[in-house]
Design a protein around this ligand. Structure first.
Ligand code: 11C
Length: 349
């Protein structure tokens, strides 16, 4: 078993990490770190547990430590980070001196030599690790996963990108409140309402998607060459981001062929049989009333994106549109970091 730690262990994504890691066949939770307010307390006393399942027995008595690499057990090999971006930018490089950091934070995603990876999409970006370690003189390294809306979108776009020529994409999101870290009573404030702005989200979707679908020229990422415009919104859904996607291709394509390309898509995690890999990364539904967050967010344990309403766009030439749902704190956050770590464990450690 590989010993792992979780940074930001008391937060929404931190709890999701704990839930997903509790019965993991390869990883064992050995350390939980949070703010100095929680440090020294037993985990069960340090947090209000928001997940649907019970808090795992194995973590209840773990003493929370401070977010400082000096406090991290040296037997730990992988540190999962769900820290806020500004704090992550300061401390993740400190952890990377000795540990593998699998980060969900946005701070380092677009930085040179830091791989931003979805294992089904661009596992080859892990090749940057060597340069990262050499340039920083680190024994460990940082690998990041994208923003939650970006992950679901990019999973569905990868098979299209590989088989058709994309000209431009518009995407409009309907994002769950758990993405904002709201939980319990505060999340109710959005009932009967919608928030038309999520700070930084549109920029992240636009840049991260093209980066992930891009190619490597040495250690430089050459972004994919199409335009993408995102409009991001918060809606009163607890978990599961929904996205309406509009795609314009270079030329007309058969809708059934597009559906089949998406449904047949498999990547390296499926080939390697990684524990958290969904058998089918993209599920295509035919029913007009799917996908819906409550019915579809838990597809393959929350690790698959579900697509529906894939149809020709009558308004524009060479165009089609669809709706997708992806679980934002599983495939879009903790599950994404864990899948990255599984790939690293298999191929690098
Ligand atoms: C949201 N996607 O739903 C955000 C939360 O870049 O990891 C995660 C932000 C990020 O508000």
């Amino acid at each position: 078993m590989v010993k792992v730690g979780v940074l930001g262990a008391t937060g929404m994504v931190g709890q999701r990490f704990i839930q997903l890691l509790a019965d993991h066949p390869d990883f064992e939770i050995a350390a939980l770190a949070a703010s100095s307010r929680s440090a020294g307390k037993k985990y069960e006393d340090a947090t209000t547990w928001y997940m649907n399942d019970e808090m795992p027995e194995s973590v209840r008595d773990i003493k929370v430590i401070e977010t400082d690499p000096a406090h991290m057990d040296k037997d730990v090999e992988i540190v999962f980070s769900s820290l806020p971006a500004d704090f992550a930018a300061k401390v993740e490089p400190e952890y990377a001196k000795d540990f593998v950091v699998a980060s969900n934070a946005s701070a380092m995603r677009m930085k040179k030599d830091i791989p931003l990876v979805i294992p089904e999409v661009n596992p080859q970006f892990l090749d940057m690790i060597e340069a990262q370690q050499k340039n920083n003189n680190w024994d460990g390294f940082i690998v990041t996963n994208p923003n939650c809306s970006t992950i679901a979108l990019t999973l569905t776009l990868k098979p299209i990108y590989d088989n058709f020529n994309i000209n431009r994409i518009y995407v409009s999101t309907m994002q769950a409140v758990s993405g904002a870290g709201y939980n319990g009573v505060p999340s109710m404030a959005i009932l009967d309402n919608l928030v038309p702005y999520i700070g930084g989200e549109e920029e992240k979707m636009e840049s991260e998607t093209l980066h992930l679908l891009g190619s490597l020229d040495g250690d430089e990422v050459v972004p994919a060459n199409f335009s993408l415009s995102a409009s991001c919104h918060r809606v009163p859904v607890i978990d599961g981001h929904t996205e309406a996607v509009f795609v314009e291709l270079d030329e007309e394509a058969d809708i059934d062929k597009i559906k089949k390309t998406m449904a047949d898509f498999r990547g390296l995690p499926q080939e390697l049989g990684l524990h958290s890999a969904p058998e089918q990364p993209v599920i295509v539904k035919e029913e007009d009333d799917r996908p819906q967050p409550r019915m579809d967010r838990m597809a393959y344990g929350g690790m698959a994106a579900t697509v529906g309403r894939l149809r020709k766009d009558q308004a524009f030439d060479n165009s089609f549109k669809y709706v997708l749902v992806g679980h934002n704190t599983i495939r879009g956050a903790a599950g994404a970091s864990i899948l990255n770590a599984e790939l690293i464990n298999k191929q690098i450690l």
